[in-house]
Design a protein around this ligand. Sequence first.
Ligand code: LMR
Length: 398
Amino acid sequence: MFEHIDAYPGDPILTLNENFQKDPRQKKVNLSIGIYFDDEGRLPVMQAVRTAEAAILEEPGPKPYLPMAGFAQYRDAVQALVFGAQCPSRTAGRIATVQTLGGSGALRVGADFIKRYFPASEVWVSDPTWENHRFIFERAGFTVKTYPYYDEATGGLKFDAMLSAIDALPPKSIVLLHACCHNPTGVDLDRAQWEQLIGVLQKRDLLPFVDMAYQGFGAGLDDDAFAVREIARRGLPALIANSFSKNFSLYGERCGGLHVVCEDAAAADRVLGQLTGSVRSNYSNPPTHGAKIVARVLTTPDLKQSWEKELAAMCERIARMRVAIHDGLRAYVSGEALSRYIRQRGMFTYTGLSADQVERLREEFGVYVLRSGRMCVAGLNDKNVGIVVDAIAKVLAH
Ligand code: LMR
């Protein structure tokens, strides 16, 4: 029956992370997966999460199914965080929001929805993008193509080429965008560029699908949502996926949301119904625990404040680590190959290291970065940054 099943080649991120766990070496360093570790190299449990969770556990009770669309209080609080509480599209009921299994779940539910209603559209992703974007949309039946994005020569953005490629797409093409902290490059559009791009999306009748997995890790919770809010403000129909894996450090709880900005409230109702149907036929309804934690934090002012403060401190630590690796590598690397460590934003830096160099880093020094050269700078700390700098220096030397 299963003779013809070929072996799964593994996932470029999650399989590498699993291999790291199995690596018996003491001095290994995990800069592969997009996870924030603290200065001690531990996965933090945020104080607001601890407090909310303790309060929830004080209220034991039955555990019914959540509604298919998710926990109502969570959906509302998440929508407010993503779009701003006073967003006119939100107050007019034009946004359909469902609770999802993390950001990936949101992408998949969204992909199934658009495949059903825009079957002829193709999906356009940045070159490069998070590897799983391609897998998710291809598995949903789409042809996935790329638009220019990262400029290897400058470690920055090929904005003009990106804009003209998007300007040439057929109407109703799906354009996948990263709201902030682009994964894997750490290179984002500035506000003026977003304005221009959104103008093109609108003029060409394109459908943006914005992935916001790192809200709060770039320029702050509100600034990072600029593109999403500007799209909503201008009344563009759009899909937005958001995640609390990173900014709540709730990876395993699979907390996310899918939001579809619609032309009017009646369309939003119908869209919500179809998303709900998609959830039902995939996994029926989402889990409760993580959603309760997030909802409690976001709707309790002192917990929300504590969460924001702790998130800001995480970003400061990442910024400090960017400076540390930049300064450490100064003796071995120069120009933009060096400055990218402090210019790029969020959890990742696209190091420009080749696949061979990456392999040597792992094999010879136990330093894990992705084959693409993506380094998760949120995995650096005062103790391991020296090890990483030495390893890179040695690999670059011969
Ligand atoms: C990453 O990019 O490393 C993270 O988003 C984890 C994942 O699921 O790939």
